[in-house]
Design a protein around this ligand. Structure first.
Ligand SMILES: Nc1nc2c(ncn2[C@@H]2O[C@H](COP(=O)(O)OP(=O)(O)OP(=O)(O)O)[C@@H](O)[C@H]2O)c(=O)[nH]1
Ligand SMILES: [Mg+2]
Length: 394
C-alpha cells in the first residue's frame, strides 16, 4: 500500500517537473524570439516607400502575412458591411490545453457528505501550470500570465464547489469569469461617442511605424461613412516618404478630402488646418494621421504632443500590432505615459493565432480596446470582444 502511494506521488512529481521544464522552454523561446527581432527602427523610413497593397513583411517584422486575397489595392467595389465578429477556428479551439483538477478521494468523500467540494493547492497545481502555459502560448506577457494564475488560484481555493456540478466544466467557466473580471475596463462605443460629441470630432492616431495607423484610418472612415458620418483627413505624417501619397490613394477610393502641407512641415499646422476645414464644411470627424513613432524618439514624441496641444483631440487612439507581444505592451505604456492614450486598436489579429496580447494590454494599461484589425480590406475591422479572446485561450 505504502509502495503504491509512493509510486503515485513519484509519478505526479515527475509530471509537475515536466510542466516546469515545458514552461522554462517556452519562456526561453519567447526570450529568443524577442532577441532575434530586428532592432527597432528609429522611425526613419525615408527609403521605404509604402504604397497601399505593397508587401510590408519587413515592417510586420515577425510573422509573414498568411493571406492577402484582396489587399487594399483591390478593395471590392460593392459596399461591404462591417463584420460583426470573428469566429474562433475549430482547430484553435481543439488546440486548447486540458485544465483538470485532481481532487483527492478523501475530499470527494467529504464532498459527498457536505454537498460541496473544497479544492486544496495540490489539486490545482497541474491545472494552474497548464493554464499558465496556455496564456504564454497565446502571447500573454509573462508578468500578466503569472498574476492571472495567482488570482485564479486564490479564487479557486476559496470556492465551495457544489458536488452536483461537472468539476472540469465548472473550473473552466470560473477561470473564464475571473479572466473577464481581471481585464475589465471602461467601455467606449466609438460610433455613439462620435454621434454624441460636438462637431467636428477629432481623432489622433498614434503608434509605432508600420502598425497600421493609416490603414485603420481608412477602415474607420468607411465604418463612419456606412453609419452616415463624414470625415476629413489631416496628412500630419509629414515625415515618412510617400506617406501623403499613401493617404491620398486611400482618400480617392473612399472619396474623402485630405488636408496636406509639404513634407517636413509642421504636423500640428496640418492638423489645425484640417479642423478648420471640417468646421467650414460641416464635416463630422477629423482623422489625424501621424508618422510612425518609436517611443524612444523624443523629438517625434514632442511633435505629437504639439499636435495634442494645438487641436485638443477628442480621442487619442494607439494603434499597435496584436502579435507584437511584450514589445507592444512596452510601446503602449511609453506612448501612454507621454500622451495619455484613450483607447487602443490592435491590428493584424488575422496573423495571430490567439490574441492574448490584448489581455496584457487591458490588464496592464487598464484602457479599452475599441477594435481589432483582421485583414487588409476596408471592412476588416471588428469591435473588440473580451469573450472572444478568452474563449480562444481557455
Ligand atoms: N494582415 C493585416 N495587415 C494589416 C492590417 N492593418 C494594416 N495592415 C497592413 O500593414 C501594413 C502597414 O500599414 P500602414 O497603415 O501603412 O501602417 P502605419 O502605421 O500607417 O505605418 P507608418 O505610416 O509607416 O507608420 C500595410 O501593408 C497594411 O495593409 C490588419 O489588420 N491585418
Ligand atoms: Mg502611416
Amino acid at each position: 500500500m505504502f509502495n503504491l502511494l509512493k509510486g503515485k506521488l513519484k509519478s505526479f512529481t515527475e509530471k509537475l517537473r515536466g510542466k516546469a521544464e515545458e514552461k522554462a522552454v517556452l519562456s526561453r523561446k519567447i526570450q529568443v524570439e524577442e532577441a532575434e527581432k530586428p532592432a527597432e527602427s528609429n522611425g526613419d523610413l525615408k527609403e521605404v516607400l509604402i504604397l497601399p497593397g505593397q508587401q510590408t513583411d519587413a515592417l510586420l517584422q515577425k510573422k509573414p502575412k498568411p493571406q492577402a486575397p484582396e489587399e487594399l489595392t483591390v478593395v471590392a467595389e460593392k459596399p461591404e458591411q462591417p463584420k460583426k465578429a470573428i469566429e474562433p477556428k475549430a482547430q484553435q479551439l481543439e488546440e486548447k490545453r486540458e485544465l483538470v483538477a485532481r481532487v483527492r478521494k478523501r475530499e470527494k468523500f467529504k464532498g459527498l457528505l457536505r454537498g460541496f467540494v473544497e479544492l486544496k493547492e495540490a489539486d490545482v497545481l497541474e491545472l494552474l501550470s497548464e493554464l499558465e502555459l496556455s496564456l504564454l502560448e497565446a502571447d500573454v506577457s509573462q508578468k500578466t500570465a503569472e498574476e492571472f494564475v495567482q488570482r485564479i488560484k486564490q479564487e479557486l481555493l476559496s470556492k465551495k464547489i457544489p458536488k452536483t456540478v461537472d468539476l472540469q466544466e465548472f473550473l473552466r467557466g470560473e477561470i473564464k469569469k475571473i479572466l473577464f473580471e481581471l481585464t475589465q475596463t471602461e467601455k467606449i462605443d466609438f460610433l455613439s461617442l462620435v454621434k454624441d460629441s460636438k462637431k467636428p470630432f477629432k481623432v489622433l492616431f498614434l503608434g509605432p511605424n508600420g502598425a497600421g495607423k493609416t490603414t485603420t484610418i481608412a477602415k474607420l472612415t468607411k465604418l463612419l461613412k456606412d453609419n452616415g458620418f463624414s470625415s476629413i483627413w489631416a496628412a500630419s505624417d509629414t515625415f515618412r516618404a510617400a506617406s501623403i501619397e499613401q493617404l491620398e490613394e486611400h482618400a480617392k477610393r473612399l472619396n474623402v478630402r485630405v488636408i496636406k502641407h509639404k513634407y517636413g512641415s509642421d504636423p500640428a499646422a496640418v492638423a489645425f488646418d484640417a479642423v478648420r476645414a471640417a468646421e467650414n464644411s460641416n464635416i463630422d470627424v477629423v482623422m489625424i494621421d501621424t508618422a510612425g513613432r518609436q517611443e524612444t524618439n523624443r523629438n517625434l514624441i514632442e511633435e505629437l504632443k504639439k499636435i495634442e496641444r494645438v487641436i485638443k483631440p477628442d480621442l487619442k487612439l494607439f494603434v499597435g500590432e496584436a502579435f507584437a507581444g511584450r514589445n507592444l505592451v512596452k510601446q503602449a505604456r511609453e506612448f501612454d505615459s507621454a500622451l495619455s492614450v484613450d483607447a487602443f486598436i490592435l491590428t493584424k489579429i488575422d496573423t495571430d493565432p490567439k490574441g492574448g496580447t490584448t489581455l496584457s494590454i487591458l490588464y496592464e494599461l487598464k484602457k479599452p480596446i475599441l477594435f481589432l484589425g483582421i485583414g487588409q480590406n476596408y471592412s476588416d475591422i471588428v469591435p473588440f470582444s473580451q469573450e472572444f479572446i478568452i474563449e480562444r485561450i481557455v
